[in-house]
Design a binder for this molecule. Sequence first.
Ligand code: NIG
Ligand code: FE
Length: 428
Amino acid sequence: MAEKIIIIKNIGSIINIEKDNRRLMSKVSGEASGNPDTLDNAFLVVENNIIAGFGEMAEMGSVISQYETCDIEYTDAGGGLLLPSFCDSHTHLVFPYSREREFEYRLNGLTYEEISAKGGGILNSAKAMDSISDEEILEASFKRINGIIATGTGTVEIKSGYGLTLEKELRLLRIIRKLAELSPVTVRSTFLGAHAIPAEYKSDPERYISIVTEEMMPLVAEEGLAQYADVFCEKGFFSREQSERIFDAAIRFGLRPRIHANQLSDCGAIDCAVSKGCISADHLEVLDAERIAQLASSDVIATLLPGCAFFMDSDFPKAKDLISAGATVAIASDYNPGTSPSGDMLFMMALGCIKMKMTPLQALMASTINGAAALELSHRKGSIAIGKDADFFITKKIPSLAYIPYSYTENPIERVFLKGKEIRTNNI
Ligand code: NIG
Ligand code: FE
């Protein structure tokens, strides 16, 4: 059978394209992150779900002649932008129920820590796991995935962490695996047994840590349920020293470390990230100049979660200072029921610009190539390059990239392609 080729023509601009595929980016750091390549008046060729070529419209005829014997399907981009799909490298999108009651408590003056200390927060979600079936969680999570596809996400990391018992953590990780099998997005999975200390271990946290490291991790690794291990390193949750021990065990089980760091306080999470070789340190709302320099001189990707700072009404991470110090900055949604009930990466990009003063190009690179790097997928994802997966979206005809964060409640995405297949979304 003739090979199936998709040609997208009349693209106003492809942004974050790699023209020389012999030297692909693995990530972009510092000020360079504001200078991706672009190609105007372009076409793009997809062959076998992979990006196979691109060029200016004027050259399209000669390039197409090589596909004479193939079955070509044309898509007219109508002058819209073509962007690589977002790589959302930090979410908790598999959770039982929304938690708007706690949102109301916060509006009435309680803090997140106070709500957590009373058994709300993460412990509340863990309790809710007892009154919901796996099918119901799967269905709700599937809807969330469809929502994030419509707002441009093609790759997503999902953490467990609402189980906090062996049985419930495995349930969550198996649901994540099902989502990975059934949905067109690419999923990376993270074991977050060390998300909170269950009430029954409050007086003996070491016992819970040994359950995480000696009972949960071996089974997670044996079933191949996660690529990463994460720890919520924070006062009232896990200390730096406890986090380091949890990561030592994780590494022994082949689970690579990433960390929730400096969300509410600085308790040494960044020292832990650097010493244990965490791929990313995520949150970073509480960050002084010394910590910025420490991150910038390390390989740890600084992953900022502006949706969380927005929803919690806290200080936003200092993206500009991190970038000027030379750090690698990613943006992710932190989609979760407690601190960021949205996985909309278009909005995260807008917050990156409006609240963290990133340029639209910096926010795009943080949400694409650097998100891919934070998931060790930048060889396949995160930019438009020959040989990479055909994960991209096409916008309606808009004046420029800046229009996306500028018109921050509008979804300009018209067509979504993941692994070379067009995905129908509600937005169309
Ligand atoms: O990233 N900080 C820890 N974990 C989540 C919140 C989880 C929850 O409240 O359900 C976060 O903000
Ligand atoms: Fe988180």
